[in-house]
Design a protein. Sequence first.
Length: 213
Amino acid sequence: MAESQYAGRGQHQNRWHSEPGKNLAFSILLNPVFLAIANQFDLTRVVSLGIYDALLPLIGENLKIKWPNDIYFNNSKLGGVLIENVLQGQKIKHSVIGIGLNINQENFPEWVPNPTSVKQILQRDEDLKAILLDICSHIEAWYLKLKAGKADEIRHAYLRILYWLNQPHQFRSNDKTFEGIIKNVKNNGLLVVEDNLNTELEFNFKQIEFLNK
């Protein structure tokens, strides 16, 4: 677990900031050799669900997973996940899961987009090690389900807690703004958004922007 991060890395080179001793910034090493490359997004689901299950009793049902792997409370970002896979043939040999969560930090630099923390939500400090252990325990539980072949259960659970699911909102793609409704996440991780012409559009990572500011 890192003590601090001032230039941490998120998805697609997004930056991450963490004050010393205030937050959780840690990595988990997994060896999901049973998981086909085509299903690697299931690992993102597993980690997101583990974090969600650990934080839900603490901060309540306004907690959501913003596709693909950000942790949101209301409309503010609580943390995120970065997964780097080492491939061997058609399997995943190793996965390094980097997790960053704002726990006891109160002030953020201006360049950090719409941040929040557990302390800002609850107005009290929390035990970092206790939350860390709880997150790891819940990730392990979902990971064992994935290993046992329960991918459908994992996919349904992830979709159920998805930020903006079945709600009309503004998005941007290819420099064009449109109103759409998130309808699904495909098995391979593509986001399905229905536009105002009732056409279902599919987006990969960084192909769509949520206009929630």
